[in-house]
Design a protein around this ligand. Structure first.
Ligand SMILES: *Cc1c(COP(=O)(O)O)cnc(C)c1O
Length: 345
């Protein structure tokens, strides 16, 4: 990786960050808090949250094997994605490279930050080509985005391609692992020590079943995490979210059970959908959803929605003509889906 100073936006490298009241107070045995202009009533929500989410990081270290200095919490992964652009990319000058199709937020966030976004097409099996990715990179490329398992295709991205980019590119490689719990491949968090420019994103929104609390994660080398902490809002993860996440992380066996059940259901319903006369192809899935191609995706979408079942029509996405993206639900929900699909004339 290039020197971090060289990769950062110059205004970010020069930033002297805001320090909040709770940043300055470090531990000790404080009993009386008169430093932050809080209301003394309405405990415990009257207090600002721990800006460093210390307890949560310690608890997460136990299950992820990543040290607290290498963990960042955001208001969803979407905040982490936005921070990548704000921290590294000069608007109107720098660019980001990403696989296509993939999660739409990278492109939208690039546009919001006025950063050029270069899409490198996947092949017919939704796999990238390393040479094409490397050819799209130039001296102003700060970020390369992978999403594995990929949304909306559902498959793991070939690790040998990701590895080649990690070896050859001297900027930041972001790997979005929102669906990591549903695949048998290992997480790239295992390779954080080897690649100083690697940023791994995960989220509490999918396997953890907590999309409602808005909590996303970035894992990276401590120097990158430190800069992200300077740029984010001081109290970006609220008290209720921190408390709920802590509670859930301490009983993470539940998540393993849900994941197991969802993977089993995925294996049960994918072949049934594949055998429908109107279904052309069901794509391999390593996530909690799958992409299916139909003769007429719009007609199937309308049929399902008329019966109260909502899936995602991905037909307008590159390489995804006539496809629906279907999330794996409970056994009963999946039965309803199949039954309804089988009634499609
Ligand atoms: C769902 C999803 C996320 C999660 O975003 P949050 O802001 O954490 O809810 C991130 N990346 C991908 C690819 C997703 O599909």
């Amino acid at each position: 990786m290039k020197d971090l100073k060289e990769l950062l936006r110059p205004n970010i490298a020069a930033l002297s960050p805001y320090t909040s009241a709770r940043d300055e107070y470090k531990g000790k045995e404080a009993r009386v808090f008169l430093d932050a202009n809080e209301n003394p009533y309405n405990q415990p929500l009257n207090r600002y949250p721990d800006p460093e989410q210390h307890e949560l990081k310690l608890e997460l270290q136990k299950i992820k094997g990543v040290a607290p200095e290498s963990i960042f919490f955001g208001n969803g992964s979407d905040e982490c994605i936005d921070l990548m652009f704000r921290v590294f990319c000069r608007p109107g000058i720098d660019n980001a490279v990403a696989i296509e199709p993939t999660y739409g937020m990278y492109g939208v966030t690039a546009a919001i930050n006025d950063v050029e976004y270069r899409r490198v097409l996947l092949d017919d099996n939704f796999q990238p080509n390393a040479d094409k990715l490397l050819a799209a990179i130039d001296s102003n490329t700060k970020l390369v985005f992978f999403c594995s398992p990929n949304n909306p295709s559902g498959n793991d991205i070939d690790h040998s391609v990701i590895d080649r980019v990690l070896e050859s590119f001297d900027g930041i490689v972001v790997i979005d692992e929102a669906y990591i719990d549903f695949t048998s491949l290992p997480s790239y968090t295992k390779k954080l020590d080897r690649y100083p420019g690697l940023v791994v994103l995960q989220t509490f929104s999918k396997a953890w079943g907590m999309a409602g609390i808005r909590l996303g994660l970035a894992f990276a080398n401590p120097a990158i995490i430190a800069v992200m902490n300077q740029v984010r809002y001081p109290y970006n993860v609220n008290v209720l979210t921190q408390r709920k996440a802590l509670e859930e992380v301490r009983q993470s066996e539940r998540v393993a059970k849900w994941v197991c059940e969802i993977i089993k259901e995925r294996g049960r319903i994918m072949p049934i959908v594949a055998q429908l006369p109107c279904c052309q192809r069901v794509y391999k899935s390593d996530a909690n959803f799958f992409l299916a191609r139909f003769d007429d995706a719009r007609a199937m979408y309308d049929h399902l929605s008329e019966n109260g079942i909502i899936v995602r029509n991905r037909s307008k996405i590159t390489l995804c003509g006539n496809t629906l993206r279907i999330t794996v639900g409970t056994r009963q929900e999946n039965d309803e889906l199949i039954e309804c699909m089988q009634k499609f004339k």
